[in-house]
Design a protein around this ligand. Structure first.
Ligand SMILES: CSCC[C@H](N)C(=O)N[C@@H](C)C(=O)N[C@@H](C)C(=O)O
Length: 348
């Protein structure tokens, strides 16, 4: 992926070279699958993966880029010659202060320029191979959800549902994309209520938010399901969130501003008196990370483009009462959208 797009992005950012240290960015640019222990230096005419001797064989097998095997500070010394006199961008969101001090010490003749979101912006639009990888992760997550759905009943612990999801994914060569959220009854008021030892009860709504990480790519989906018949209030909340979710999904197409999509869903929830209860953004991109560009929030400048994979996930959270979130994974296509998550949404 050291292609024209990256060179142009570097030019726009006013740098001659780029030191890439964000793990997902290192992986995207090199193909190396242990990117926490890798860095990439892109200069005008070259790009090199730096990793250490634990990964000599792995890097040789996986990396599309030539490799330099060294550990810091030798890594910086090896690169020093090629950055002499250059303006070198670094990823301000990923480089630690200590690492920046190291770069300053070892590259005294380079001008270090903090940059944000260069690689992330390029990664927002997925290749056909990446779309297939996310779809495979989502297909697996759909199967895992179907597998555990019968367990979501009175008398079962949230923890056991999460455990069964994780076991299913691991059995299939994947892992959790993030700690499984199973939030039942009043715990549903916590948007990120990771599974607890709580025993689920009759008449409760249960929010399950889960994803698979398969071959480095993530999926993300939420379903809220009922055990028996929930209160009239919670059924009203469920149907309001479902209305907002379906309307936002239908509005997905290239050229739509992410902020406008967020507003569309928020306005529907506000109409139902739940505007304040929608305590987070409408969604986010998904790929090598669970949370990627674009950000579907009121302050976002992002505009949808074909090839983006996003979540649409409105929610409403009532402290001490409960909550609902419904989330689909959606591909932006040339003329609209395709929903990638196929687990059924239940009538409540
Ligand atoms: C810790 S990963 C959680 C993944 C979960 N499916 C999720 O995306 N939850 C959203 C409510 C969320 O965290 N949204 C972010 C982008 C936000 O609104 O800041």
């Amino acid at each position: 992926m050291i292609d024209q797009a990256l060179r142009e992005a570097m030019q726009r950012a006013g740098v001659d070279a780029l030191w890439i240290s964000g793990p997902a960015n290192v992986r995207a640019v090199s193909g190396f699958t242990h990117p926490k222990d890798g860095k990439v230096l892109v200069t005008g005419d070259a790009a090199t993966l730096f990793t250490d001797s634990r990964y000599t064989v792995q890097a040789r097998e996986e990396s599309r880029l030539p490799q330099a095997i060294a550990r810091p500070p030798e890594t910086y010394e090896l690169a020093a010659e090629s950055v002499k006199g250059l303006r070198v961008g670094f990823e301000a969101e990923h480089l630690t202060v200590a690492n920046l001090e190291d770069l300053r010490r070892h590259w005294p003749e380079a001008t270090l320029v903090p940059l944000r979101g260069v690689m992330e912006g390029l990664r927002a639009v997925k290749t056909p191979q990446e779309i297939a990888a996310v779809q495979a992760a989502q297909d697996l997550a759909d199967r895992a959800f179907a597998h555990v759905r019968p367990m979501i009943r009175a008398g079962v612990r949230e923890w056991d549902v999460a455990l069964a999801i994780e076991a299913f994914l691991r059995q299939e060569g994947a892992e959790n994309a993030f700690d499984v959220i199973v939030a039942s009854g009043p715990r549903g008021a916590m948007p990120h209520g990771s599974a607890s030892m709580r025993v689920m009860q009759d008449g409760e709504l249960v929010t399950v938010d889960m994803g698979a990480r398969l071959n480095g790519y993530h999926s993300d989906m939420t379903r809220t399901v009922a055990i028996g018949t929930p209160s009239e209030e919670m059924r009203r909340v469920y149907n309001a969130v479902l209305e907002a979710e379906e309307a936002a999904v239908k509005a997905v197409k290239p050229g739509v501003r992410a902020a406008d999509l967020d507003k569309l869903a928020r306005d529907i929830l506000t109409k139902h008196g739940l505007g304040e209860a929608f305590a987070h953004s409408l969604g986010h991109g998904v790929g090598l990370e669970v949370h990627e560009v674009p950000g579907l929030r009121g302050t976002s400048e992002d505009v949808l483009k074909p090839g983006m994979i996003i979540t649409i996930e409105p929610g409403a959270y009532l402290p001490d009462v409960g909550g609902v979130r419904i989330e689909d994974l959606v591909l932006v296509t040339e003329d609209g959208y395709r929903v990638m998550s196929l687990s059924p949404k239940e009538t409540v």
